[in-house]
Write a protein that binds this ligand. Structure first.
Ligand SMILES: [Zn+2]
Length: 395
């Protein structure tokens, strides 16, 4: 099959006058010039959503400005009143909405055992992290680790710690050197606790009788000290990362999941993405939870990435953000060759346009309704067998 789109995302640039030839399994055979009349759409590798919580789709009304600690308390309270059937329905809907917005791969944090089935039904690739929290019942942390392992097994997930402040150090250290994804350095409340022990997170840790963390540190420093920063680790948020933290991230090879809409809602500081990229830290974009990010819309997330970078005064342009949403984000979760080059197998999407224009205009005007999956990628992405073999599905 030969595709002749008006615009192609090729080698980190928007190009025209190119055609792309695919074999029946979607592998790219050739990228070349063409002189004919193009079809009016933009061709791009599908998006990679590096951080997600599908099961909170039903709480999308919570995506309004609030303090992180107030928000998480409401989330915990509302979760306690949910039944598993409703949560499965929410996760299924969220997975289909990821599909609709053009995401082919989802890095999912899961609490209840619903995400595996949701990703499967939507025909999406991905990896599921079974979230572990130990401080809510610190005397039985060993039992908790075992029960999380069992739930993970049910849905093809890997156990992973939820956050530095919700897992005790003795449990955290069991992940040293292993694959993990962890929320860290997200909110000012968290930074305050690690700095001087005060604030709502300190109060919570003491109320639960959980062990305290050393003062005058940061979550990232503690992860490094415990051996949890490596090329196998993904740090979610890192809004509060200090300059020494950024150096530790770069030195260790850890990647960062950037979730700008969630950060805006929960009044978190804009993450230092430009500084991370300058240091070679792999960064991807995450749609995070609908309960903090709102609608599952990759274009809205990319626009927010630009907006928060402006707020920091170190502007990320549309090209950089598109790269983070596709090839760069893919590399940050270990998916190599997620780009339009001969020999690669990469799911492709078409984005409807009404004229040939610049990337920032496409970004400003697109919505999930603009996305069409290019055949054969409109079928179950897990059905490609050897073609997709090198892309990990749920482990
Ligand atoms: Zn999250």
């Amino acid at each position: 099959m030969i595709l002749r789109p008006a615009l192609v995302w090729y080698r980190r640039e928007l190009r025209n006058g190119l055609e792309v030839e695919l074999d029946d399994e979607g592998r790219i055979l050739r990228v070349g010039r063409h002189m004919g009349l193009p079809d009016l759409y933009m061709l791009s590798p599908a998006f990679v959503n590096v951080h997600s919580h599908l099961e909170y789709r039903g709480m999308i009304d919570m995506a309004r400005s609030s303090k992180y600690t107030d928000w998480i308390q409401e989330l915990i309270w509302r979760k306690s009143g949910q039944n598993l059937e409703d949560v499965q329905r929410d996760a299924d809907q969220a997975a289909l909405e990821n599909r609709a917005t053009g995401a082919a791969w989802v890095g999912e944090h899961s609490d209840r055992p619903v995400s595996g089935r949701a990703l499967q039904k939507a025909g999406l690739l991905g990896r599921i992290w079974q979230e572990t929290i130990t401080i809510s019942n610190i005397l039985e942390s060993g039992l908790k680790l075992n029960s999380v392992r069992a739930t993970a097994h049910q849905q093809g997930a890997l156990p992973s710690p939820h956050a530095v402040h919700t897992v005790d150090a003795d449990s955290l250290v069991t992940w040293a050197g292993k694959h993990l994804s962890i929320h860290a350095a997200e909110s000012p409340d968290e930074a305050q606790y690690f700095s001087d022990g005060t604030g709502p997170i300190g109060e919570m840790i003491r109320r639960l009788g959980a062990p305290e963390w050393p003062r005058g540190t940061t979550p990232v420093q503690n992860l490094y000290r415990l051996g949890l920063l490596s090329k196998n680790s993904q740090i979610v948020h890192a809004c509060e990362a200090t300059v020494p933290d950024l150096d530790l991230l770069a030195k260790s090879g850890a990647s960062v999941a950037h979730c700008p809409r969630s950060n805006q809602t929960l009044r978190c500081r804009p993450a230092a993405i430009r500084e991370m990229l300058d240091r070679g830290v792999p960064v991807g974009l995450g749609l995070d939870s609908p309960a903090s990010s709102g609608p599952i819309d990759f274009f809205a997330e990319m626009r927010a990435a630009i907006e928060v970078s402006k707020a920091r005064g170190d502007y990320l342009d549309a090209e950089t953000v598109w790269h983070l949403g596709t090839t760069g984000g893919a590399a940050s979760v270990g998916l190599e060759n997620w780009e339009i080059e001969p020999g690669n197998w990469v799911p492709l999407i078409g984005i409807e346009i009404d004229r040939v224009c610049e990337l920032d205009e496409i970004l400003a005007e697109s919505t999930p309704e603009s996305v069409q999956w290019i055949p054969p990628f409109d079928r179950d992405l897990r059905s490609f067998g050897p073609a997709s073999g090198k892309f990990p599905q749920a482990e």
